[in-house]
Each structure stands twice: as C-alpha cells, then as structure tokens.
Design a protein around this ligand. Structure first.
Ligand code: PPE
Length: 305
C-alpha cells in the first residue's frame, strides 16, 4: 500500500510507522471493530471529502450497533479527517480515508465492556478498487457459493469488521475462479450485495437495485438513486434473483472504493454486449463530475479541506 505521513490515533497525529497496537488487542481475537471508507477527491479548489458527515455518522451508528462506545463526537471525527488530509500533503487525484474503532489491549474473554476503545483515522492514496480497466470495460462477477449471513444472526447494516469474513471468503473464491469480484445472495436466494459494494442492474430502461434488507446502507447507492431520479431514469428497489441478472441489459456496482464499476459478465453470461452500457456510462461520468466538484447541483455533498 501507499504509506502516508500521519495517522490520527485517539486524538493525536502520529507518524505513519508509529501507529501500532498490542498483539493481544481484543478485536484481533474476537473481531468486534467498525470501519468506514470515505474518499477525498482533488477538485479545482483543492481536496474535497465526499459526504463526510454521513460516513462519520455511519461509523458512530455501526459502533452503537456492535456495542462500542466511541469517545469522540461526529464533529470531532469530521474535523480530524479534514486535518488528516491537510497534514498528509497528498498529491494524487484522490485519497481514501479509513476511519475505524476497535477494542484494544487489556481484557481477554468475550465480554468486552471493559476493553478500551481505540479510535483511528488513516488516509492514503489508493488506485482504482477494481482496476482502471474494470472502470472502463467492466468486471466479471461470480455469484458466491456462500450467502450473506441471515439477519437473525448478523448485523449487516453495521459496517463491522466481523462482516468482512464472509466478504473475504466470497472474494477469494471469485478471484481463484478467474473472476474479479463476488456477488452474494441472501439466505432466501435474493441478491444482497457484492463483497464490498452494492448492486444495480438495468432492464428495459429501468434501473433496479435491491432494498437494503441484507446489505449495508450504501452512501454511493443512495447518491446514484438521487442522480438517476434527476436524469429522469426510473429507479425501482425490489428483490432480484440470479437468473434476472443473467438477462439484464446492463449492471454495475457502487461503493466508495468501487465508485461506479460496470459489470460485463456474471457467471459466464455476458451482460448486454459484454461492455460498459450507455446508462452505466452516464451514471459513472455523472458520479465523477459530482465527486470532482464539477456539478454545482451536488456541491453541498463536498467538504473542502
Ligand atoms: N456493501 C459493502 C459490504 C461494503 O463494504 C461497501 C463499501 C458498500 C456496500 C458500499 O457502501 P458505500 O461506500 O457507503 O457506498 N465498501 C468499502 C470498503 C472496501 C474495502 O475493500 O475496504 C468502501 O467502498 O470504502
């Protein structure tokens, strides 16, 4: 990865290499931690963080769900991220910010009430999540053999570190099988989300994305729905089964890291013409206009640093 200069740890900026923890930290053993993924883009007026407050609020909410009491307010954490991007003196066209909270050293055993909470914000320059070619040509998606855990035994709305074991297994399987990314169904067989992004398809001019019944409440998905509405596209939130995807005209993934990544193939079936479709292209370029500060209608989503 690309190292940066400073990491914010519990209220202080520490040099990148000194941001260390004890091997007996609670989260390392039992997996209860929460993360965010936020992005800053280099606009004509300098870096701007996209939908900063919503990402930080989601971190606080994920922590509440998994019983981690973050000792910082959303405002304090927003300020820390702004300052972090400033202090690191980045030069690239975008910066990934990873705010997270986890349980530190001092308590063993599952009952975590007395484990110290560590709050960290890191930022670094990260290339295209699913590759530059993926953004242009589209990626190949495999439906994973594992499903997303059922809501009866998991909290998919929390951006919890523990949820990523399921994502990791699916992603590994997809890549080992020659694909780029995994799509997970829920325990009823309906599309939930990709390993680290949400799913959209286009059929007969209609944009369809599943409800967030078994997925993260994606901020990028919400942005795309708003954009599509303004572009005059019909957007439907409904359950999707796998065979519908096979005959979709277009498909794409949305996420902070994935941005808008076209899908050109799913389980050995070409989607549409097997390339980035016209609606996907429109949404993708519209999204880049927004995050790079080229669309005044969405200026309120940008926090300039
Ligand atoms: N679902 C999952 C499981 C997920 O991890 C993400 C983001 C999304 C949906 C999209 O959410 P949003 O970013 O609010 O639109 N995944 C983050 C982590 C990626 C990683 O590999 O790390 C991200 O995109 O930052």
């Amino acid at each position: 990865m690309n190292a940066a200069k400073f990491i914010w740890m519990n209220g202080k900026y520490v040099p990148w290499d000194e941001a260390q923890i004890h091997v007996l930290s609670h989260t390392l053993h039992y997996g209860n931690g929460v993360i965010e993924g936020t992005k800053a883009y280099k606009t004509d007026k300098g870096y701007a963080i996209f939908r900063l407050n919503e990402h930080t609020k989601r971190l606080k909410e994920s922590a509440k769900m998994t019983l981690i009491d973050i000792p910082f307010t959303v405002e304090e954490m927003n300020e820390a991220q702004i300052e972090l991007v400033r202090k690191n003196e980045f030069t690239g066209d975008n910066v990934y910010i990873r705010p997270f909270a986890f349980l530190g050293y001092g308590v063993m055993g599952l009952y975590h009430k007395d484990a110290p909470v560590e709050t960290v914000m890191a930022a670094w320059e990260w290339g295209a999540y699913l590759g530059e070619e993926g953004l242009r040509r589209g990626i190949r998606l495999k439906i994973a053999s594992m499903t997303r855990p059922a809501n009866t035994s998991n909290m998919g709305k929390a951006k919890a570190s523990a949820n990523y074991l399921n994502s990791q297994m699916a992603k590994f399987e997809a890549i080992e099988s020659g694909y780029d990314e995994a799509l997970l169904l829920d325990d009823q067989g309906y599309v939930a989300e990709a390993s680290g992004a949400c799913f959209f398809m286009v059929r007969d001019g209609q944009l369809i994305s599943p409800p967030n019944d078994n997925s993260l409440e994606s901020i990028t998905q919400k942005t795309v729905i708003e954009m599509a509405g303004k572009m005059g596209l019909e957007v439907v939130r409904r359950r999707i089964t796998r065979e519908e995807i096979y005959v979709a005209d277009e498909a794409f993934l949305t996420g902070t890291a994935a941005e808008i990544t076209p899908v050109r193939e799913v389980d050995a079936r070409l989607i549409g013409k097997g390339e980035r479709g016209p609606i996907t292209e429109k949404i993708q370029s519209g999204y880049f206009d927004i995050v790079f500060g080229r669309d005044p209608a969405y200026e309120h989503y940008l926090t300039y640093i």
